[in-house]
Design a protein around this ligand. Structure first.
Ligand SMILES: *Cc1c(COP(=O)(O)O)cnc(C)c1O
Length: 488
């Protein structure tokens, strides 16, 4: 067969394209990627994925290896997160968002079955719950009730959950921990309150549930997983701290019937019988095989060792941030995530804006993740922060990273945070939803000095200030326009 380009040329082109990416290994990117810093694991994952390259996860009866891999992953998750609990079942999904959405689908359909109603139940979440639940409510048409969290600890308060419960509530979500601040919600207290009213609780352990079991002092902390009565389901992403390539997560249920309501089946068409545990039809098995291989290689001992490295790095970095005048770690995070905000207790001239700090760190070669401040429904404010996801590889660069974080703070101390131009915000607030066309949005982005074609290479502080200041529906539409035009 005559190729239009040789494999060598094609792969060289791919390398060229990849050269523009943020570095996925080496610890300089502190979000999106989870680098164990072990080259053999990376190679093993690639080799395993390759063996699964031609499979279709659509039909595990035709490809029983798919069932075997998924059974092993669910079994491992059950051993770690549902120790001693009988009857726990689950599925492998394509990622955290899909796990969260399926947990909500199962809860919605269970609520409908139990109540005999076919209208919209309510999904109760804290304001720090992952956006995947906002997406789930949107796609699956549930009413969304967002509870404020304690602005100091960023944890959901049991009393607020109690007050939110009524017969319309299909599911309450808690996070272990939350993505934005690494705050561990009080799972047992909330689950007890919900159980008394027969409302199921989902534990979103997408990011935390594969490190917290091995975190120093884990045995002395109260249980937060499926061992807690009242917890109906739990999600954990293997493409985060399971060190698998993107595309694999596990969703566990205490109860078979709840699990089955996540599924979709139809015989109402003239093609093959459709029986799908997850949202996709044809689906890749590559990340599943890779995640399986990594878990076989590491075992619980390996995960514990890597978690120890993360915990060591977190401890060092907390010390660094605590020593930086003008910054503070938000709340009392447990686990691999840190959110850093301005320290309001120092004089204004000594404060450090976390987004300016992230921009300065980027100039030094370290990519942190700015997060917007938000006013909660009770009027309290969650401050703007910068997020760090710590991985095992962070330990090996900790001293260098710590120096960069201090130097970045020194370079922007006293520089006020960005604010959105008032005229611009006022004008954008006037835009009627029907006028938010692609054309108009592009014009507004231009007015704000944002050029989608340039991407987000420059400072982020101004962009975050815009997101904070604009009405949600406008900000959301502009974000869509920005990214869509970047990709075009
Ligand atoms: C990452 C994450 C999710 C969503 O996961 P994706 O894999 O990005 O779809 C959900 N919840 C939490 C707490 C997360 O950290």
């Amino acid at each position: 067969m005559q190729f239009e380009h040789t494999p060598t040329e094609i792969l060289a082109r791919l390398d060229e394209l990849r050269a523009a990416d943020a570095p996925t290994e080496g610890g300089r990117l502190l979000s999106y990627v989870y680098d164990p810093g072990v080259a053999e694991l990376h190679d093993l994952a690639g080799a395993a994925a390759r063996k699964a390259q031609s499979l279709n996860g659509l039909d595990p009866t035709t490809f029983p290896s798919v069932a075997a891999l998924e059974r092993d992953l669910v079994g491992l998750a059950r051993d770690v997160l549902a120790d001693g609990v009988d009857g726990v079942v689950g599925s492998v999904t394509s990622g955290g968002t899909e796990s969260c959405m399926l947990a909500v689908k199962s809860a919605r359909d269970s609520w409908r079955a139990a109540t005999g109603r076919d209208d919209r139940p309510t999904l109760v979440i804290g304001s720090t719950a992952h956006a995947a639940f906002i997406k789930a409510a949107h796609y699956l048409d549930l009413r969304l009730r967002v509870l404020p969290v304690d602005p100091d600890t960023c944890r959901l308060r049991p009393a607020d959950v109690r007050a939110a419960l009524d017969e319309d509530v299909a599911l309450v979500v808690v996070s272990t921990p939350s993505y934005p601040h690494g705050a561990l919600d009080p799972v047992a207290e909330i689950a007890e309150i919900c159980a008394a009213q027969s409302v199921p609780v989902h534990v979103d352990g997408c990011i935390g549930a594969w490190v917290l079991p091995w975190w120093p002092g884990a045995q002395d902390r109260p249980a937060w997983d499926l061992r807690v009565p009242g917890v109906a389901s739990l999600s954990v992403d293997l493409h985060k701290y399971g060190y698998a390539p993107k595309g694999v997560s596990v969703l566990l249920y205490r109860d078979r019937d709840r699990h089955r309501r996540q599924w979709f089946a139809t015989s109402a068409w003239p093609g093959y019988a459709v029986v799908n545990p997850t949202m996709l039809g044809s689906r890749t098995v590559m990340p599943i095989a890779a995640g399986w291989a990594v878990s076989q290689a590491l075992g619980r001992g390996g995960f514990a060792e890597l978690t120890g490295q993360i915990a060591g790095a977190v401890e060092q970095l907390r010390k660094v941030v605590d020593a930086v005048e003008g910054l503070r770690v938000v709340g009392d995070p447990v686990g691999p995530l840190l959110a850093v905000a301005t320290d309001p207790d120092v004089d204004e001239t000594r404060r450090v804006d976390p987004h300016r700090w992230a921009d300065a760190a980027k100039d030094l070669g370290w990519v942190l993740q700015p997060q917007p401040g938000r006013v909660q429904s009770d009027g309290t404010t969650l401050p703007r922060t910068t997020h760090l996801t710590i991985t095992p590889v962070t330990e090996s660069v900790c001293a260098e990273l710590g120096d960069a974080l201090s130097a970045a703070a020194d370079s922007v101390r006293g520089v006020p945070g960005a604010t959105a131009p008032a005229e611009f915000v006022a004008a954008a607030g006037q835009i009627r939803p029907e006028d938010l066309t692609s054309e108009n949005c592009a014009a507004v982005l231009g007015l704000a000095g944002l050029d989608p074609e340039g991407g987000l290479d420059g400072p982020m502080a101004e962009l975050l200030a815009l997101i904070e200041a604009l009405p949600e529906h406008v900000a959301e539409r502009l974000l869509v326009e920005f990214l869509a035009r970047f990709m075009e």
